[in-house]
Design a protein around this ligand. Structure first.
Ligand code: AP5
Ligand code: ZN
Length: 218
């Protein structure tokens, strides 16, 4: 199977960003994270950021047309010509249909969808423990993958920060949005025969190894 577009699906905290970074590095293709793009817009206080901020802080999804627009613009850039990874998009059936239309218009085949499955109890601990490097974006976890020096990135000494939506109340809302709006995508893609389910309860290196082995053969 050859897939131009790889889609990472999974609940908040499942490890989409962690695994997408590895695959992007290995294949030299861009990781397109709608969450990262939206957070960047919020920080720069652009019109998009101002429109998205309140919904992100409350753990609700940003409207489909807003996210579809930024993804379409990003996918059309030249660095996506030999493939790209969608991390955190699509998240609704409407967004999935939008991706189908874009890929069809480009004459591309169907995407390959990697669904990271994690036991619900682990998600809260992963999300409240997450810390991210403000310089390179490396993802740490105070419980599962702590940096050598607290609050500091091992790679470049950058300061680690905690995301505004990684508090318990917002996490509960994000999980609710996932179950109601995003989890139906599992059946959507299973029906297309393009879904690969990954056991996300293992350590990140084991997941990455299995995934990269699979992709090298696919
Ligand atoms: P987004 O940024 O996409 O957040 P999310 O889906 O909630 O996912 P996360 O980034 O929290 O988790 P992840 O699966 O990437 O886990 P990670 O690898 O970091 O979206 C944020 C918000 O933006 C949304 O709520 C919404 O408002 C808006 N938005 C974004 N996209 C949208 C869209 N398409 N439509 C509408 N709105 C949209 O790992 C988590 C932690 O666990 C880390 O600390 C990591 O070190 C650790 N970890 C990872 N893997 C393992 C492992 N195997 N074992 C132990 N620890 C692990
Ligand atoms: Zn760093």
């Amino acid at each position: 199977m050859r897939a131009h577009a790889l889609i990472f699906l999974g609940a908040p905290g499942a490890g989409k960003g962690t695994q997408a970074r590895e695959v992007a590095k290995c294949y030299g293709i861009p990781q397109i994270s709608t969450g990262d793009m939206l957070r960047d817009a919020v920080q720069r206080q652009t019109a998009l950021g101002l429109a998205a901020k309140a919904r992100m802080e409350s753990g609700k999804l940003v409207p489909d047309d807003v996210v579809d627009g930024i993804v379409e613009e990003r996918i059309n850039r030249p660095d996506c010509k030999s493939g790209f990874i969608l991390d955190g998009f699509p998240r609704t059936i409407s967004q999935a249909q939008f991706v189908d239309r874009i890929l069809a218009a480009k004459g591309e085949g169907r995407p390959l969808v990697l669904d990271i499955e994690v036991t619900e109890e682990l998600l809260l601990k992963r999300l409240t423990g997450r810390r991210t490097c403000s310089v390179c974006g490396e993802i740490y976890n105070v419980h599962f993958n702590p940096p050598k020096v607290e609050g500091t990135c091992d790679k470049d000494g950058g300061k680690l920060f905690q995301r505004a939506d990684d508090n318990e109340a917002t996490i509960r809302q994000r999980l609710e949005a996932y179950h109601r709006q995003t989890s139906p995508l599992i059946e959507y893609y299973r029906g297309q025969g393009v879904l690969l389910a990954l056991d996300g309860d293992r350590d990140p290196e084991a997941i990455a190894k299995g995934l990269l082995d699979y992709l090298s053969k696919a």
